[in-house]
Design a protein. Structure first.
Lengths: 124, 182
Protein backbone atom coordinates (compact mmCIF):
# COMPACT_ATOMS: atom_id res chain seq x y z
CA UNK A 1 0.00 0.00 0.00
CA UNK A 2 1.46 3.35 -1.06
CA UNK A 3 1.16 6.33 1.28
CA UNK A 4 1.00 10.04 0.58
CA UNK A 5 3.12 12.71 2.20
CA UNK A 6 3.13 16.47 1.82
CA UNK A 7 6.60 17.85 1.14
CA UNK A 8 7.74 21.07 2.78
CA UNK A 9 5.67 24.05 1.65
CA UNK A 10 3.14 22.01 -0.33
CA UNK A 11 0.18 22.89 1.86
CA UNK A 12 0.74 26.65 1.54
CA UNK A 13 1.25 26.33 -2.20
CA UNK A 14 -1.96 24.30 -2.56
CA UNK A 15 -3.92 26.71 -0.39
CA UNK A 16 -2.89 29.68 -2.52
CA UNK A 17 -3.55 27.90 -5.78
CA UNK A 18 -6.95 26.46 -4.86
CA UNK A 19 -8.16 29.90 -3.77
CA UNK A 20 -7.81 31.14 -7.35
CA UNK A 21 -8.39 27.93 -9.28
CA UNK A 22 -10.76 25.75 -7.28
CA UNK A 23 -12.01 23.59 -10.18
CA UNK A 24 -8.50 22.82 -11.40
CA UNK A 25 -7.30 21.94 -7.91
CA UNK A 26 -10.29 19.64 -7.48
CA UNK A 27 -9.62 17.84 -10.77
CA UNK A 28 -5.95 17.42 -10.07
CA UNK A 29 -6.67 15.93 -6.63
CA UNK A 30 -9.16 13.47 -8.17
CA UNK A 31 -6.46 12.43 -10.63
CA UNK A 32 -4.03 12.07 -7.74
CA UNK A 33 -6.47 9.67 -6.08
CA UNK A 34 -6.65 7.61 -9.30
CA UNK A 35 -2.84 7.61 -9.62
CA UNK A 36 -2.47 6.57 -5.97
CA UNK A 37 -5.06 3.77 -6.33
CA UNK A 38 -3.37 2.39 -9.45
CA UNK A 39 0.02 2.57 -7.77
CA UNK A 40 -1.27 0.77 -4.66
CA UNK A 41 -3.01 -1.89 -6.72
CA UNK A 42 -0.17 -2.60 -9.18
CA UNK A 43 2.89 -1.42 -7.20
CA UNK A 44 4.33 -0.44 -10.56
CA UNK A 45 5.47 3.18 -10.88
CA UNK A 46 6.32 2.83 -14.57
CA UNK A 47 2.88 1.35 -15.25
CA UNK A 48 1.12 4.14 -13.37
CA UNK A 49 3.08 6.69 -15.43
CA UNK A 50 1.21 5.43 -18.51
CA UNK A 51 -2.08 6.93 -17.29
CA UNK A 52 -3.12 9.65 -19.71
CA UNK A 53 -3.16 12.50 -17.18
CA UNK A 54 0.45 11.79 -16.21
CA UNK A 55 3.42 13.64 -17.67
CA UNK A 56 7.02 12.64 -17.16
CA UNK A 57 9.33 15.43 -16.06
CA UNK A 58 13.10 15.40 -15.49
CA UNK A 59 14.71 13.75 -12.43
CA UNK A 60 11.87 11.26 -12.03
CA UNK A 61 9.38 13.99 -11.17
CA UNK A 62 5.82 13.15 -12.18
CA UNK A 63 3.32 15.84 -13.18
CA UNK A 64 -0.41 15.14 -12.97
CA UNK A 65 -2.63 17.39 -15.07
CA UNK A 66 -6.17 18.62 -14.51
CA UNK A 67 -7.91 16.49 -17.14
CA UNK A 68 -11.52 15.82 -16.22
CA UNK A 69 -12.04 19.16 -14.47
CA UNK A 70 -15.69 20.20 -14.00
CA UNK A 71 -16.81 22.31 -16.96
CA UNK A 72 -15.85 25.95 -16.86
CA UNK A 73 -18.42 28.59 -16.05
CA UNK A 74 -19.24 31.27 -18.61
CA UNK A 75 -16.49 33.82 -18.89
CA UNK A 76 -13.84 31.80 -17.09
CA UNK A 77 -11.28 29.59 -18.71
CA UNK A 78 -9.66 26.70 -16.91
CA UNK A 79 -5.90 26.93 -16.46
CA UNK A 80 -3.68 24.01 -17.47
CA UNK A 81 -2.59 22.78 -14.05
CA UNK A 82 0.20 20.49 -12.89
CA UNK A 83 0.54 18.71 -9.57
CA UNK A 84 4.14 17.62 -9.14
CA UNK A 85 4.76 14.39 -7.23
CA UNK A 86 7.70 12.10 -6.62
CA UNK A 87 7.48 8.37 -5.92
CA UNK A 88 10.02 6.65 -3.68
CA UNK A 89 9.70 2.89 -3.97
CA UNK A 90 11.88 2.01 -0.96
CA UNK A 91 9.29 3.31 1.50
CA UNK A 92 6.30 3.19 -0.90
CA UNK A 93 5.63 6.89 -0.46
CA UNK A 94 4.28 9.40 -2.94
CA UNK A 95 5.54 12.88 -2.04
CA UNK A 96 3.43 15.86 -3.06
CA UNK A 97 5.88 18.55 -4.09
CA UNK A 98 4.04 21.48 -5.65
CA UNK A 99 1.03 22.62 -7.63
CA UNK A 100 1.03 25.29 -10.31
CA UNK A 101 -0.06 26.34 -13.78
CA UNK A 102 1.78 26.73 -17.07
CA UNK A 103 2.99 30.22 -16.16
CA UNK A 104 4.85 29.00 -13.10
CA UNK A 105 5.98 25.69 -14.65
CA UNK A 106 9.69 26.54 -15.03
CA UNK A 107 9.99 27.87 -11.49
CA UNK A 108 7.93 24.98 -10.08
CA UNK A 109 10.19 22.42 -11.73
CA UNK A 110 13.27 24.17 -10.42
CA UNK A 111 11.89 24.01 -6.88
CA UNK A 112 10.80 20.39 -7.33
CA UNK A 113 14.26 19.35 -8.50
CA UNK A 114 15.76 20.81 -5.33
CA UNK A 115 13.15 19.00 -3.21
CA UNK A 116 13.82 15.69 -4.96
CA UNK A 117 17.54 16.05 -4.30
CA UNK A 118 16.77 16.53 -0.61
CA UNK A 119 14.37 13.58 -0.53
CA UNK A 120 16.86 11.30 -2.25
CA UNK A 121 19.53 12.37 0.23
CA UNK A 122 17.25 11.62 3.16
CA UNK A 123 16.39 8.17 1.84
CA UNK A 124 19.97 7.07 1.12
CA UNK B 1 8.52 16.06 6.68
CA UNK B 2 4.95 15.62 7.79
CA UNK B 3 2.51 12.80 8.45
CA UNK B 4 1.69 10.06 5.95
CA UNK B 5 -1.82 9.52 4.56
CA UNK B 6 -3.54 6.43 3.20
CA UNK B 7 -5.70 8.30 0.68
CA UNK B 8 -6.24 11.73 -0.82
CA UNK B 9 -9.45 12.40 1.15
CA UNK B 10 -7.57 11.99 4.45
CA UNK B 11 -4.85 14.29 3.13
CA UNK B 12 -7.40 16.95 2.16
CA UNK B 13 -9.07 16.67 5.58
CA UNK B 14 -5.72 17.40 7.24
CA UNK B 15 -5.16 20.63 5.31
CA UNK B 16 -5.85 24.08 6.61
CA UNK B 17 -8.60 24.90 4.08
CA UNK B 18 -12.16 26.22 4.48
CA UNK B 19 -14.56 23.44 5.51
CA UNK B 20 -16.80 23.84 2.44
CA UNK B 21 -13.86 23.68 0.06
CA UNK B 22 -12.59 20.50 1.72
CA UNK B 23 -16.03 18.89 1.47
CA UNK B 24 -16.41 19.92 -2.17
CA UNK B 25 -13.07 18.33 -3.04
CA UNK B 26 -13.85 15.11 -1.18
CA UNK B 27 -17.29 14.93 -2.82
CA UNK B 28 -15.70 15.37 -6.23
CA UNK B 29 -13.28 12.49 -5.53
CA UNK B 30 -16.13 10.28 -4.30
CA UNK B 31 -18.29 11.09 -7.32
CA UNK B 32 -15.87 9.22 -9.57
CA UNK B 33 -15.40 5.95 -7.70
CA UNK B 34 -16.74 3.76 -10.47
CA UNK B 35 -14.85 5.47 -13.28
CA UNK B 36 -11.70 5.24 -11.14
CA UNK B 37 -12.30 1.51 -10.81
CA UNK B 38 -12.46 1.23 -14.61
CA UNK B 39 -9.07 2.96 -14.92
CA UNK B 40 -7.62 0.71 -12.21
CA UNK B 41 -8.83 -2.48 -13.90
CA UNK B 42 -7.40 -1.36 -17.24
CA UNK B 43 -4.05 -0.50 -15.63
CA UNK B 44 -3.97 -3.88 -13.88
CA UNK B 45 -4.32 -5.57 -17.27
CA UNK B 46 -1.45 -3.42 -18.59
CA UNK B 47 -3.73 -2.06 -21.32
CA UNK B 48 -3.67 1.48 -22.66
CA UNK B 49 -6.78 3.40 -23.73
CA UNK B 50 -6.08 2.76 -27.43
CA UNK B 51 -5.98 -1.02 -26.92
CA UNK B 52 -9.12 -0.93 -24.81
CA UNK B 53 -10.84 1.11 -27.53
CA UNK B 54 -9.84 -1.40 -30.22
CA UNK B 55 -11.23 -4.28 -28.14
CA UNK B 56 -14.36 -2.32 -27.34
CA UNK B 57 -14.85 -1.29 -30.96
CA UNK B 58 -14.99 2.40 -30.12
CA UNK B 59 -12.68 5.40 -30.20
CA UNK B 60 -9.97 6.12 -27.63
CA UNK B 61 -11.69 9.37 -26.73
CA UNK B 62 -14.84 7.44 -25.72
CA UNK B 63 -12.77 5.31 -23.33
CA UNK B 64 -11.18 8.48 -21.98
CA UNK B 65 -14.58 10.11 -21.46
CA UNK B 66 -15.84 7.05 -19.56
CA UNK B 67 -12.84 7.20 -17.24
CA UNK B 68 -13.54 10.82 -16.32
CA UNK B 69 -17.32 10.61 -16.05
CA UNK B 70 -19.11 11.01 -12.78
CA UNK B 71 -20.57 7.71 -11.59
CA UNK B 72 -24.12 9.03 -11.94
CA UNK B 73 -23.54 9.82 -15.60
CA UNK B 74 -22.09 6.43 -16.58
CA UNK B 75 -24.61 4.22 -18.38
CA UNK B 76 -25.02 0.46 -17.96
CA UNK B 77 -24.28 0.14 -21.69
CA UNK B 78 -20.94 1.91 -21.25
CA UNK B 79 -20.02 -0.31 -18.32
CA UNK B 80 -20.91 -3.44 -20.32
CA UNK B 81 -18.80 -2.26 -23.27
CA UNK B 82 -15.88 -1.45 -20.98
CA UNK B 83 -16.01 -4.81 -19.18
CA UNK B 84 -16.15 -6.52 -22.61
CA UNK B 85 -13.01 -4.69 -23.64
CA UNK B 86 -11.23 -5.97 -20.51
CA UNK B 87 -12.52 -9.54 -21.01
CA UNK B 88 -14.51 -9.29 -17.81
CA UNK B 89 -18.08 -9.95 -16.82
CA UNK B 90 -20.06 -7.30 -15.03
CA UNK B 91 -22.36 -8.17 -12.17
CA UNK B 92 -24.57 -5.83 -10.22
CA UNK B 93 -25.21 -6.34 -6.51
CA UNK B 94 -27.77 -4.43 -4.48
CA UNK B 95 -26.91 -4.24 -0.80
CA UNK B 96 -28.64 -2.56 2.11
CA UNK B 97 -27.07 0.74 3.14
CA UNK B 98 -24.60 0.84 6.04
CA UNK B 99 -23.79 -2.86 5.95
CA UNK B 100 -21.28 -3.81 8.65
CA UNK B 101 -18.03 -5.63 7.81
CA UNK B 102 -19.36 -8.64 9.73
CA UNK B 103 -22.45 -8.66 7.49
CA UNK B 104 -20.22 -8.60 4.42
CA UNK B 105 -18.35 -11.66 5.71
CA UNK B 106 -21.68 -13.45 6.33
CA UNK B 107 -22.83 -12.50 2.83
CA UNK B 108 -19.71 -14.01 1.31
CA UNK B 109 -20.16 -17.16 3.42
CA UNK B 110 -23.72 -17.53 2.12
CA UNK B 111 -22.44 -17.06 -1.42
CA UNK B 112 -19.78 -19.76 -0.92
CA UNK B 113 -22.45 -22.11 0.40
CA UNK B 114 -24.64 -21.43 -2.62
CA UNK B 115 -21.77 -22.00 -5.09
CA UNK B 116 -20.69 -25.25 -3.39
CA UNK B 117 -24.28 -26.51 -3.64
CA UNK B 118 -24.22 -25.71 -7.35
CA UNK B 119 -20.97 -27.68 -7.74
CA UNK B 120 -22.48 -30.67 -5.91
CA UNK B 121 -25.58 -30.63 -8.09
CA UNK B 122 -23.37 -30.45 -11.20
CA UNK B 123 -21.41 -33.51 -10.13
CA UNK B 124 -24.43 -35.76 -9.66
CA UNK B 125 -24.29 -38.72 -11.99
CA UNK B 126 -20.66 -38.21 -13.00
CA UNK B 127 -18.07 -39.97 -10.87
CA UNK B 128 -15.08 -38.06 -12.26
CA UNK B 129 -16.67 -34.66 -11.56
CA UNK B 130 -17.83 -35.85 -8.13
CA UNK B 131 -14.23 -36.86 -7.29
CA UNK B 132 -12.90 -33.49 -8.40
CA UNK B 133 -15.62 -31.62 -6.48
CA UNK B 134 -14.83 -33.71 -3.40
CA UNK B 135 -11.15 -32.76 -3.66
CA UNK B 136 -12.13 -29.12 -4.14
CA UNK B 137 -14.19 -29.25 -0.93
CA UNK B 138 -11.07 -30.40 0.93
CA UNK B 139 -9.00 -27.59 -0.63
CA UNK B 140 -11.66 -25.06 0.35
CA UNK B 141 -11.77 -26.33 3.91
CA UNK B 142 -8.00 -26.06 4.37
CA UNK B 143 -7.85 -22.58 2.81
CA UNK B 144 -10.79 -21.21 4.81
CA UNK B 145 -9.41 -22.57 8.09
CA UNK B 146 -6.01 -21.12 7.30
CA UNK B 147 -7.46 -17.67 6.45
CA UNK B 148 -9.65 -17.53 9.56
CA UNK B 149 -6.88 -18.92 11.78
CA UNK B 150 -4.36 -16.36 10.54
CA UNK B 151 -6.81 -13.51 11.08
CA UNK B 152 -7.64 -14.68 14.60
CA UNK B 153 -3.98 -15.18 15.45
CA UNK B 154 -3.17 -11.60 14.48
CA UNK B 155 -5.57 -10.44 17.22
CA UNK B 156 -3.61 -12.02 20.05
CA UNK B 157 -0.60 -10.23 21.44
CA UNK B 158 2.73 -11.82 20.64
CA UNK B 159 4.47 -13.58 23.50
CA UNK B 160 7.77 -12.05 24.47
CA UNK B 161 10.60 -14.35 23.57
CA UNK B 162 13.31 -14.97 26.17
CA UNK B 163 16.72 -14.32 24.75
CA UNK B 164 19.42 -16.76 25.89
CA UNK B 165 22.94 -15.47 25.67
CA UNK B 166 25.82 -17.85 26.25
CA UNK B 167 29.15 -16.27 27.08
CA UNK B 168 32.66 -17.71 27.00
CA UNK B 169 33.29 -20.68 29.37
CA UNK B 170 35.34 -18.68 31.89
CA UNK B 171 32.57 -16.10 32.27
CA UNK B 172 29.93 -18.83 32.62
CA UNK B 173 32.05 -20.41 35.36
CA UNK B 174 32.41 -17.09 37.17
CA UNK B 175 28.65 -16.55 37.10
CA UNK B 176 28.06 -20.08 38.42
CA UNK B 177 30.55 -19.51 41.26
CA UNK B 178 28.98 -16.20 42.17
CA UNK B 179 25.45 -17.64 42.23
CA UNK B 180 26.75 -20.55 44.36
CA UNK B 181 28.21 -18.07 46.86
CA UNK B 182 24.89 -16.22 47.09
Amino acid sequence: MWELEKAEGFENCFKKFSKKHGAEAMAVMANLETFHCVLSETNNVQGAKLLNFVRKEPDGIIALDSRGAPKEKKGTKLKATRLYVYAIEVNSTLYLLRIGDKDSQAQDLKTCKKMVKKLRGACE
Amino acid sequence: MSKKYKNVSDLIKSMDLPKEQKQEQIDHINSRRLSRLLTMMRAQKGMNQQKAAEKCGCTQSRISKMEYKEDRKLTIGELLDYSDALDMEMSVIFLPKKLRIVDHVKLHAAQIEHLLKRLVSLSQGDKAIAKAVDAFHGECLVNMLSIIGKSQKSLRPRKKQVLNVIGPQEVEQLIEEETACV
